[in-house]
Design a protein around this ligand. Structure first.
Ligand code: NAD
Length: 419
């Protein structure tokens, strides 16, 4: 396991929580829940538009089912590994427990570059994943959702592939979340993670006495999470002064026009060359002084190397595992207020849970209901974590992990954990 890998970060965060829980929970139980329940490796071999067979590796990890079926997105990136998927599934276990939804942690990975992939080839690949992984997917087993490199459209294809394979017009119950509303998706799911990030930022501002109006924000990553977080921050009165993605960065100290930037990215595929700002450096951008820095791209962007130069008052982790454990220590010592990923980006899985219940009960929720419930749940969980951090003099991450891990332990004890 490589140092600073997603799995190493997840393990280090767990070990700190386990040390805090050591006196309260059986150490054998802690050793058991540290391990993934199932790690599956699949070979996909679809025929793509060039009429040739292409081999792709895919992974599916169910880390825990103590609280319910495993839940977690499908990552499609060229570098994703089985260990990454294991670390991400593990983080999902604590996230679901912390945010209070009856799911365990899971995750999938498809080793492929979705950027610029022909849309029919992507559909073929996603359908191949759905067919080959279908025995591991289901409302009582594992329920996937979008993650980096996959989106709403892909989730629609997964639902169609599974219902088609059963000879049915639809699935019985929820097999996938984050799908188009017209196929049983829920209004507001696409925006949920980014909106949840901003709800946490607003709570942190209140705690630190910072006014949202006129506050400055820097956002790394301009995909599903980053673009929505930037848009909602701007709508709430903050000024987004820098945004970066895989291809470059753009800055404007007066504030970027996020709607115009979204339009630019839809055409150009990147924030690069946006006329409403100056070109910036993707890595240096993280060090720009601001009230809140939102890493919403990939893991390990904030490391021991750049942490001493980060000048944000708050770091709101939209991404999973963006901060290495060493960087976390440095930033906490420097008094930077960290909103850890398992809390900050949990809005997506919370609204996935609403989608799951809506589909199970054959109901329909309005966008307003979804937003109200998201706002209440995120603010309530932020308050729990913040209070515990204050009472026990813990970092926000340690407090969040303590709550997540202890909830999973309680579920294991309630089930009896002899198997
Ligand atoms: P996405 O694929 O929609 O967008 C990712 C963005 O990050 C793109 O703009 C890409 O160019 C940029 N990026 C990737 N690597 C980068 C790098 N090294 N430096 C700078 N920019 C980089 O993905 P997403 O769904 O927005 O997910 C982003 C992060 O949020 C991931 O860590 C994901 O696990 C996490 N997350 C997503 C959801 C969700 O609902 N989509 C939920 C919880 C957490």
């Amino acid at each position: 396991m490589a140092k600073n890998s997603i799995l190493a970060t997840a393990m280090a965060n767990f070990d700190k929580a386990a040390a805090l829980l050591g006196g309260e929970v059986d150490t054998e139980l802690l050793a058991k829940i540290r391990q993934p329940r199932e790690r599956i490796e699949i070979t996909l071999g679809p025929q793509l538009g060039d009429k040739k067979l292409h081999l792709f590796r895919a992974f599916l990890v169910r880390h825990s089912e103590a609280l319910g079926p495993s839940k977690g997105g499908i990552r499609m990136t060229p570098g994703v590994t089985l260990d990454d998927v294991t670390g991400l599934a593990m983080e999902m276990t604590w996230k679901c427990a912390l945010i209070g939804v009856p799911f365990g942690g899971g995750k999938s990975g498809i080793v492929a570059d979705s950027t610029g992939m022909d849309k029919f080839d992507k559909e073929t690949l996603v359908r191949s994943y759905a067919r080959n992984a279908s025995r591991h997917i289901g409302p009582q087993v594992y329920v996937p959702a979008p993650d980096m490199g996959t989106n709403e459209r892909d989730m629609g294809h997964i639902k169609d592939a599974i219902s088609f394979s059963k000879g049915q017009a639809t699935t019985q119950g929820c097999y996938v979340t984050g799908k188009p509303v017209i196929l049983g998706g829920i209004p507001g799911r696409r925006e949920a993670t980014g909106s949840g990030v901003v709800i946490c930022v607003a709570e942190a501002f209140k705690a630190l006495g910072i006014e949202m109006q006129g506050a400055t924000a820097v956002v790394q990553g301009f995909g599903n999470v980053g673009a929505i977080a930037a848009k909602v921050l701007q709508e709430s009165g903050a000024s987004v002064i820098a945004v970066g993605d895989l291809y470059g960065a753009v800055t404007n100290e007066k504030g970027l026009d996020i709607d115009a930037l979204i339009e630019h990215v839809a055409k150009a595929g990147s924030v690069k060359d946006f006329a409403g700002g100056s070109a910036g450096d993707g890595q240096k951008m993280l060090e720009i002084p601001c009230d809140v820095l939102v890493p919403a791209a990939s893991a390990n962007q904030i490391t021991a190397d750049n942490a001493p130069r980060i000048s944000a008052k708050i770091i709101a982790e939209g991404a999973n595992g963006p901060t290495s454990p060493k960087a976390d220590e440095i930033l906490t010592e420097r008094g930077v207020f960290m909103i850890p990923d398992i809390l900050c980006n949990a809005g997506g899985v919370f609204v996935s849970y609403l989608e799951f219940t809506q589909e199970t009960q054959q109901e329909q929720m309005t966008e307003q209901e979804v937003q109200t419930r998201l706002q209440q749940r995120m603010a309530e969980k932020f308050a729990h974590v913040h209070e515990l951090a204050h009472e026990r003099k813990l970092s926000m991450r340690d407090a969040a992990m303590y709550l997540g891990v202890s909830t999973v332990c309680s579920a294991m004890i309630a089930r009896g954990y002899l198997s």
